[in-house]
Write a protein of this length. Structure first.
Length: 101
């Protein structure tokens, strides 16, 4: 089985980094989903596509994949750059465009 190990980005619905610090293992889809014959909803035959395991560190996630014999793809985490901003910068004299009401 192939798994993907990554650190999720923060959601757009919050300003904090709540669950974005943990590392996640997700199983790669084994087959393409198609419509179910009874209701016509999209479905799949493998329930491992729905499993998402969270670990506090990258090393623990890799150790889990190695222990269970999963081939893994490691997606590197993106570093977040913080640009300090101040409210007073909106009214600076040398602002790049003029401030109007």
């Amino acid at each position: 089985m192939q798994v993907r190990i990554y650190q999720p980005t923060k959601t757009a619905m919050q300003s904090g980094r709540g669950k974005a610090r943990e590392w996640v293992i997700e199983f790669e889809p084994s087959s393409a989903g198609g419509p179910e014959p009874l209701m016509g909803w999209s479905g799949g035959g493998n329930t491992k596509d729905q499993v998402r395991l969270a670990f506090p560190t990258r090393e623990e996630a890799i150790a889990y994949a190695d222990k269970h014999g999963y081939a893994y793809t490691l997606v590197a985490a993106h570093d977040r750059r913080m640009r300090p901003k101040a409210y007073a910068d909106n009214f600076k004299f040398d602002r790049f465009k003029s401030w109007t009401h």
